[in-house]
Ligand binder design. Sequence first.
Ligand SMILES: *Cc1c(COP(=O)(O)O)cnc(C)c1O
Length: 412
Amino acid sequence: MTTKSFILSLCAISAALTITSCTDHSRSGFPELDEWAREVVSEKYNELGYPVNQDIRLKGFYEWYTANNLDIAGLNNVGDPFSGKPSALLSSHKFEREVIEYFAPFYGIDKDEVWGLISNSGTDGNCNGIYFGVNYLRNKTGKEPVFYVSDEAHYSNMRLAHVMNLDIRLIRSDDMGRMIPEELDKAIDPTRPCLIVYAMGSTFKGAIDDQAALNAVLAKYPGMEVYRHVDAALFGGYLPFTEHRDMVDKRVLNYQSIAISGHKFFGMDEPNGLLLTTREVYDNQTQFDVPYLNADMKMISCSRSSTSALKFWWLIKNVGSGQWEKDAAQLLDNTAYFKEQLDKIGYPCWLDEYSNTVIFKRPCQDLVSKYYLACSSDERFGGDLCHIVVMQHVSRDRIDNFIRDLSASLDK
Ligand SMILES: *Cc1c(COP(=O)(O)O)cnc(C)c1O
């Protein structure tokens, strides 16, 4: 072998090694899958109509997860993370419990008093909260509760009342979407226990029920047993990190459970959520021993995600309350900015207090499609409407782009 051919063959070997050691993981071998992935990533910042935080901060988590081969381990958080008993399956219960204990004080619940879990979604949190309320009231009074919720609350509450066959009283809300206290008063049946959901906020307008005023109505019926569940899927994420934190504080509002989505403010990359309640509520549930799981299964789901618990724990350690305070301030600031820009061009728009949801007259279909706008209509606001939910990724630049597109569509 000549020196030249020796060097050439060395090059060939090292090139081959480079190729095998740098496999391109972005190519799955399924072009339609790769194409879809590229589209999602290039489109994500256009999504303005739904409360999805697109500033996901979980890259480090995924690197850690795969570096530790957890991607080839089957985990499941079935059962009570607070039971202290070994789980029937491999779980991350320890971290789930720490997550619940970390968040409890942000909602005015003592660490020693809290019970909770990481739910599959805001809806799943509502499902557990409402179901706990029914059992709590039944076990305390021996009577079936009446279920009160506003007509602008998220539809999951009505759906769940249907599934549980509850006696529902839909209470009318005012123009801006808040339950009307006088209407609640008219609907109250004081002979039966009261299970009430407070909307925080309402789905389309982003209204927050005036819990103090509604509590004052309930206080007129001291003999009536009450359970309050707060549906705080979106607002329950950011309000604890603002000066308005009293609005989700159990010591101030005296609610029994609260549900918050993980994939809204907190920036989970897939659905999950927090359900927080108290030991007292949990201990007044009907016992549900399942021997083969070695557990008392008071919650509704059997399997729950271990990965969600780990991601939440990761975010607490790597993002944490300091950053969430900044996020919350920025999101409310940008909401005010967006409203100002719409006002400047004289475009009809409305904004509820404490809300990051701006509602406005529905623009042309091209804009609705381009920005994934959520639509509704309300004659009190002149008919067809849309809204934008100002999440972390809805920066001033993106707001300016939207306003430019909107102005251009009006000139046409
Ligand atoms: C988003 C939302 C829900 C539903 O939560 P999911 O996590 O999507 O199931 C329920 N209530 C309110 C107030 C919401 O904003």
